[in-house]
Ligand binder design. Structure first.
Ligand SMILES: Nc1ncnc2c1ncn2[C@@H]1O[C@H](COP(=O)(O)OP(=O)(O)OP(=O)(O)O)[C@@H](O)[C@H]1O
Length: 353
């Protein structure tokens, strides 16, 4: 169930990337005053270690992304932060309050939108917001949230008749109705179409701009890259990396990578491979032919080259010396997805155990 509470304007700026250790507190510090502190958090369910050792901080006004595969321990972490799970060890602090020992005051400052929030089918949008507002001492005006989240046309629509995107908007509104300073949003764009996802991202930015600090649990690297000031990657219950999305992305790829489109296949691809700055060369459309017992590999016209700092000019000059001018050169910007895959594998590879 969503829970929530006041806001203050804030700005955020990215902190530098620093590698995480697996057994010590967070090493990537927020650029603003920390409003959330998690240190050495551990949570087990019987023999199952859901969270082994998680530490991080969230600065006021930041959007912090919490990334990880299914079962990594993300939801358990944010539930402990919200006082919904009792930790076995470690400490958690939200604006100086302890959600583990005294969760009630935390609910006045922390809004939570957890996965798959469901409401009674017949409850209308306006009724749901008024009901939730009644739980708080200083709630936000439901009408203000209806406008902020673009729910004007659905005020009197029953929950069961809302589209997936409208349900998500309502669940965000419910997380914010207590006028929280901090909001936890767990997989809020899962199941939405691309247009609805983009609209939801705009909303999250508007919420952040209104002064709310956001913890965003997500599987989507494009979402994290677009929205988050910093991210932490959790794997098997531990923080294995943290930093800015772009810093983490750069860490995932060493060297420079670019794609070349040639006018015609290159006969002498070996001369490119022989360049000292080239570390990796592949061709998307290479062909091998055998003629008179001789095997010949044709490079094709689509090459992807990775190498050191000078690899791009080195390759262009080498081609030019043979009278070849590429039709197109496209440098490849490293992505957070590349870094994530390098760290923990594809998001779909692991399932909850
Ligand atoms: N109530 C519970 N009882 C037993 N095991 C649980 C319980 N809740 C979570 N787990 C297990 O703890 C581990 C961490 O779960 P958690 O939901 O925190 O991961 P997650 O990273 O949020 O995953 P997902 O992305 O799939 O939501 C998983 O192996 C999960 O199966």
């Amino acid at each position: 169930m969503p829970r929530p509470a006041t806001s203050s304007p804030a700005t955020s700026s990215p902190a530098s990337l620093q590698p995480a250790t697996t057994s010590s507190p967070a090493t990537s510090s927020p650029a603003t005053e920390p409003v959330v502190r998690v240190s050495g958090l551990r949570k087990t369910y019987g023999d199952k270690v859901a969270v082994a050792d998680v530490s991080f901080e969230v600065g006021r006004g930041e959007i912090l992304g919490i990334l990880g595969q299914n079962g990594a321990g993300k939801t358990t972490t944010v539930e402990a932060l919200a006082g919904l799970r009792t930790a076995d060890a470690g400490s958690v602090s939200v604006l100086g309050l302890d959600p583990q020992s005294d969760p009630a005051p935390v609910r006045e400052v922390l809004g939570v939108q957890l996965q798959e929030s469901r409401l009674p089918a017949k409850l209308r949008v306006r009724e749901a917001l008024r009901l939730y507002a009644s739980f708080y001492t200083a709630p936000k005006d439901p009408e203000e949230l209806i406008t902020l989240l673009g729910l004007q046309d659905t005020r009197d629509t029953a929950y069961e008749n809302l589209s997936g995107g409208q349900k998500q908007r309502l669940s965000i509104a419910l997380a914010l109705v207590g006028n929280p300073q901090i909001a936890i949003l767990d997989e809020l764009t899962t199941g939405l179409d691309p247009q609805a996802r983009r609209e939801t991202w705009d909303l999250i930015e508007a919420v952040r701009d209104s002064g709310v600090t956001i913890l965003l649990v997500t599987h989507f690297m494009d979402e994290a890259q677009r929205l988050c000031d910093r991210v932490i990657v959790i794997d098997d219950g531990r923080v294995i990396a943290q930093g800015t999305p772009s810093g983490l992305a750069r860490q995932g790829r060493t060297g420079v990578t670019f794609r070349l489109t040639l006018q015609e296949p290159l006969k002498d691809v070996a001369m490119l491979r022989a360049l000292p700055s080239v570390t990796h060369l592949t061709s998307a459309d290479a062909t091998t032919t055998v003629s008179a017992g001789q095997r010949q590999t044709d490079s094709g016209t689509q090459l992807e080259v990775t190498g050191g700092a000078t690899v791009l000019p080195d390759v262009i000059i080498a081609l030019h010396s043979r009278g070849i001018v590429p039709a197109e050169v496209q440098t490849i910007t490293p992505s957070l997805e590349d870094a994530f895959v390098a760290l923990v594998g594809h998001p779909s590879e692991k399932v909850s155990s």
